[in-house]
Design a protein around this ligand. Sequence first.
Ligand code: MRU
Length: 358
Amino acid sequence: MDDLKQVTHIDNVRLSDDGQAVVILDQTQLPGSTEYLTLRTPEELYEAIFQLRVRGAPAIGIFAGYALYVLALQEKAADGKALCAALEEKKDYLYASRPTAVNLGWALNRMMSVARANEDKSVGEILEILKAECLAIHQEDIAMCRAISEYGLTLLKDGDGILTHCNAGPLATSRYGTALGPILLGKERGVNFHVFADETRPLLQGARLTSYELQRAGVDVTLICDNMASIVMKNGWVQACLVGCDRVAANGDAANKIGTSGVAILAKHYGIPFYVLGPTSTVDMNCKTGADIRIELRDPEEIKEKFYEKPMALPEVKCYNPAFDVTDHELITAIITEKGICRPPFTQSLAALFKKKD
Ligand code: MRU
């Protein structure tokens, strides 16, 4: 396999060979080491999401589908109804692991609704149906990422400088990724970009994951600290910003990794288009605006100690550590989904997507 294909075909989430567990590439160990984990118990599956061993909204959704199937295999239910009741509890448990990415609840609910729709069938039949559903979630994500990449590529020119924040590449999704999709698809077709990857404090997804993926794929990438975004824009080195999303509200407000909204504000100042890329499974029409999106707050230790050899602040210092922020829809040039490119006013263009036949 060539270098690019090794990146776009990275084996980040799958069922184990015996079909009884979920295997993930532990993203917390990258780029230093490539370690696979085989997860079976509810606690292991929960911990993998909570600790960001598996992360990125679409990858969390794919993982959640497999996780619920693996937990269903372990139930000793007498019939379909009992299986569904037991699974409902497991679903709620996994759902509590991280609140912001809509794909987690979306995938869990999708698995539960096929189980419920078939609860009069035998346990064996329901397990087969659940297996088919989680595999379908994964296959659909591959197709969605490809379509998003195709649409995104139409917005860019050979030689463009692109700034991205956090990681929305193959590790966070399947195959090409969302925000990194047009870049990797472009590379495949001989269209080259220069990418600035924000390091993404405090968890360094940009440094650890995005620059790793792009460097390995042979893309021209430069890693910058988050607070350097404005200088590269001012220097005229950025022609477009491409970012992923964790939950998009019906009005186009988009939650993504903390710091994204700051990048959008800078992009507006410098007249640079700001594109949000994500599948329609990340659009939550039940959230009217970004104010309805729950933002995950994480441990202060991530700011003060993680990735440092010794603590970089006094233990008693207060920290505020939101994992995401919401970019106001007015700062977004377009939202690129697998069903097409939405432009403002997003309330209309997003609603139209959901009316569109596949
Ligand atoms: O906390 P993380 O690393 O899961 O946050 C990930 C992001 O914010 C990504 O940009 C988003 O999930 C899109 S992934 C295609």
